[in-house]
Design a protein around this ligand. Structure first.
Ligand code: ZN
Length: 412
């Protein structure tokens, strides 16, 4: 027989997963009598964890009151550390961004300088946070891999010096709050599941194209991270066994064929061969080319750019068809800077190839939408990592409710 505390935790989780739910529905779903439900929900209301959220439809009698989580119960800080730079947000449990801070757009070369840049963003947010809005934790979404504990930053593919950096420990020491690390795409997927276009869905794939290509996986309502937290390295699935070498050491990975960097390289090869393109003048003017310029040129009808972006979209669409056949998600959410900007040739090309190549039965059953969270997705996901963990630690959650925050730097 479950204890009262266990029932209270089950009740809280059910309210969290349902969004809004009435006491009679809670009683039925948990198989607990209505007076007990009323008593437990009164405690949660008094503790500030939940709050009334209007009324349900009437089924004859009085309309039952709906209950939902109180988004203002706690605040968390989310940080993004990727090739797109450093960025931070303070967010409530409902994903409302209370404050935002941007750091350098170009990442420093050395781990110590990178840590300083990250701390500067975090400290500004902390300094401006109102006393009742102090974050209960910090979640960092970062490019590269962290270890199973989520405390040590294992590696960052584009910065050889950044190996085995004890990032969580160092941040905790300096900030005095618990810190959790995860991969940037896992964080963004969590944000989509908690707040964005994957909200309320059980099985979702999040296709992320920023500097690289990766995929976030939601299975049965939970973020799937794999045995050693490295799930979703879609960019390193192999599409051409004899293809170009990838920075991971393998050949013909999706990233070596279709990443934004590969696209720029392919354009440059074309230009060197003398293929006519508006991008030749742009390259001469600015001294370099970036993927967004190529994607825009494709949308503007530049033949070289359009052909290469279509090829990129085809590879990604093929890979996506393989993933959808494998996972059978309800929806695919397009995220990351390249997809969120909505370039027509790229986004439409991926979806077209995907629909042509996926199993016919899944063609109409799988929705495709673009993320609505935009540039905040990864930092917001960092904040959601904190809440996710908090709800897995009911003792800590109720300690916060009763005003006994864990000691600064406590391990999460
Ligand atoms: Zn690779």
């Amino acid at each position: 027989m479950a204890t009262r505390f266990e029932n209270k935790v089950r009740l809280l989780h059910l309210i969290r997963s349902r969004g809004q739910v009435s006491r009679p529905v809670l009683a039925e779903d948990l198989d607990i009598n209505l007076p007990s439900i009323s008593s437990l929900t009164k405690e949660l209301l008094d503790e500030g964890l939940i709050r009334p959220q209007g009324f349900d439809k009437s089924e004859g009698g009085r309309r039952p009151e709906l209950l939902g989580l109180n988004p203002e119960f706690a605040t968390a800080m989310g940080l993004e550390l990727t090739l797109a730079g450093v960025r931070g947000v303070l967010s409530d449990m409902g994903g409302r961004v209370l404050d935002r801070e941007e750091g350098p757009r170009v990442l420093p070369q050395q781990p110590a300088e990178m840590l300083d840049a990250l701390l500067a963003v975090a400290e500004s947010l902390l300094a401006r946070a109102l006393p009742d809005r102090r974050p209960v934790g910090v979640g960092v979404g970062l490019a590269g891999l962290s270890d199973e504990s989520g405390r040590v930053w294992r590696s960052f593919p584009h910065r050889k010096a950044w190996k085995d950096v004890k990032l969580a420990e160092e941040l905790e020491r300096r900030l005095g709050v618990p810190v959790r690390l995860d991969n940037d795409v896992h964080a963004a997927t969590l944000a989509e599941r908690s707040l964005g276009n994957a909200r309320g869905l059980r099985d979702v794939l999040y296709l992320h194209i920023g500097h690289g290509i990766a995929c976030g996986i939601v299975v049965d309502g939970r973020l799937y991270t794999g045995a050693t937290r490295n799930a979703g390295e879609f960019g390193h699935t192999i599409l051409e066994p004899q293809g170009p070498i990838c920075y991971c050491g393998n050949y013909g990975c999706l990233e070596s064929l279709a990443s934004p960097a590969a696209l720029v390289e392919q354009v440059q090869q074309g230009l060197r061969k003398g293929v006519q393109s508006s991008l030749a003048a742009r390259q001469t003017e600015r001294g370099h080319l970036d993927a967004t310029a190529v994607l825009q040129a494709a949308d503007d009808g530049d033949r070289l750019a359009e052909n290469l972006v279509l090829k990129m979209a085809e590879y990604i669409g093929l890979g996506l068809a393989n993933l959808v056949n494998f996972f059978n998600p309800q929806r695919v959410v397009f995220g990351g800077e390249m997809l969120v900007r909505g370039y027509r040739v790229l986004n439409d090309g991926i979806e077209r190839t995907f629909r042509q190549r996926v199993l016919p039965v899944l063609q109409s059953q799988t929705g495709v939408v673009v993320s609505a969270l935009g540039r905040d997705a990864t930092a917001l996901g960092g904040a959601m990592l904190v809440f996710e963990q908090l709800f897995d630690q009911p003792d800590r959650l109720f300690a916060i409710a009763h005003g006994h925050q864990p000691a600064a730097g406590a391990r999460v």
